[in-house]
Design a protein around this ligand. Structure first.
Ligand code: PMP
Length: 376
């Protein structure tokens, strides 16, 4: 089938894989081994990757903390700040449409005495800096707002929200898993204190990611042990994974601009063809402020489950892969005001580096045909 689910995960770019391979075999050293060349070589490779990642988001390498992915990075950011700051305040602000890795971390902290405010976005998926300002308190320690939503691609006004958070003395964290490598991100300029990312969303391997922690921002480690990553995340470094993440960042930085334009054109074609050829359809989320490689379309009066089952030749999703073990309608779409039926009958189509024009032409044809057949 034609793969249109790049927001769930991406294939490893062959250039990334090639860079990773030696670090499994000939160069297998432990980056923490300080007594021989095997260790030094691995440490050097990690240092290179750290620089490649740091450069992509405009920070210094020592601000990078490698983790197993964005789920761990979100846990480390939110629990790490809470543990460090709960003597100052226990209030955290986030958004109801965040990924479960943020929401469930917040639910966990509620059991430990945290007070969480879950902001509800407007029907277009956006929250405003004013909304944040209205709920900020003197005991607010953290504001956590995702950069771009995984289901609808909505890009939040990060810079303005960070500014409002800082004015009230709170730290600002963003889950930028769907934005890193897709949008230009400048952490100092945008006032981001903590940023989560994951390699497998940008053509790197699964099981590696990072939390960027700006200098001066203190977090309590959630993994204790040998004191790796300057005491912020213990555990032997995943050298091949880290090398892959670094290379993926380097490629993304070089190709982001042209790739964004290419995908926007393909996405716009896909979207406008479906909207014009299939009646009773609409796009979920704002269209001016969203990722250029994604569209989320609702097909009204169509049975969602049947729709997915009938779409045998295109790989798309409803909701996020991470929660689709449960056959519940997308909570993100429901928060935007969709009914259960509308949410079930919404398809997220996300394009990526290996998507071709032919694939999009095929996908349009297939989707139009399937929906027409279903509607009789
Ligand atoms: N946050 C967002 C916005 C995501 O899309 C994902 C992946 N679905 C995650 C966090 C979790 O990332 P990982 O798979 O690296 O744990």
């Amino acid at each position: 089938p034609v793969y249109l689910d790049y927001n769930a995960t991406t294939p490893v770019d062959p250039r990334v894989l090639e860079t990773m391979l030696p670090w499994f075999t000939e160069q297998f050293g432990n980056a923490a081994s300080r007594t021989h060349l095997y260790g030094w070589t691995a440490e050097e490779a990690v240092a290179t990757a750290r620089k490649q990642l740091a450069k992509l988001v405009h920070v210094t390498p020592k601000e990078v903390v490698f983790t197993s992915g964005a789920t761990e990075a979100n846990n480390l950011a939110i629990k790490g700040v809470f543990e460090k700051k709960s003597h100052v305040g226990k209030h955290i602000i986030t958004v109801a449409t965040e990924h479960k890795a943020v929401l469930d971390t917040c639910h966990h902290l509620e059991q430990l005495g945290a007070e969480i405010t879950y902001l509800v976005p407007a029907a277009d998926g956006l929250i405003t800096p004013q909304q944040v300002a209205e709920v900020l308190r003197s005991d607010t320690i953290l504001v956590s707002v995702m950069y771009a939503n995984n289901e609808i691609g909505v890009i939040q006004p990060i810079r303005d929200i960070a500014e409002v958070a800082h004015q009230a003395g709170a730290l600002f964290h963003t889950d930028a898993t769907q934005a890193v490598g897709k949008l230009p991100i400048d952490m100092p300029l945008e006032g981001i204190d903590l940023l989560s990312l994951s390699a497998h969303k940008l053509y790197g391997p699964k099981g590696i990611g990072a939390l960027i922690v700006r200098s001066g921002v203190e977090i309590a480690s959630q993994m204790d042990g040998g004191g790796h990553e300057r005491g912020r995340r213990s555990g032997t470094l995943n050298v091949p994974g880290i090398v892959g993440l670094g290379k993926a960042c380097e490629i993304a930085q070089k190709e982001m601009k042209s790739e964004t334009a290419r995908l926007a054109e393909l996405r716009n074609h896909l979207e406008s063809e479906i909207l014009s050829k299939v009646p009773d359809t609409f796009v979920n989320g704002t269209t001016p402020h969203r990722l250029s490689h994604l569209t989320n379309i609702c097909f009204e009066n169509v049975d969602g489950e049947n729709l997915l089952l009938s779409l045998r030749d295109v790989a798309v999703s409803t909701g996020s892969a991470c929660t689709s073990a449960s056959v519940l309608p997308s909570y993100v779409l429901k928060i935007l005001g969709l009914t259960d039926d509308q949410a079930y009958a919404s398809l997220r189509m996300s394009l990526g580096r290996f998507t071709t024009e032919e694939e999009i032409t095929f996908a349009i044809h297939h989707i139009v045909e399937v929906v027409e057949k279903m509607r009789g």
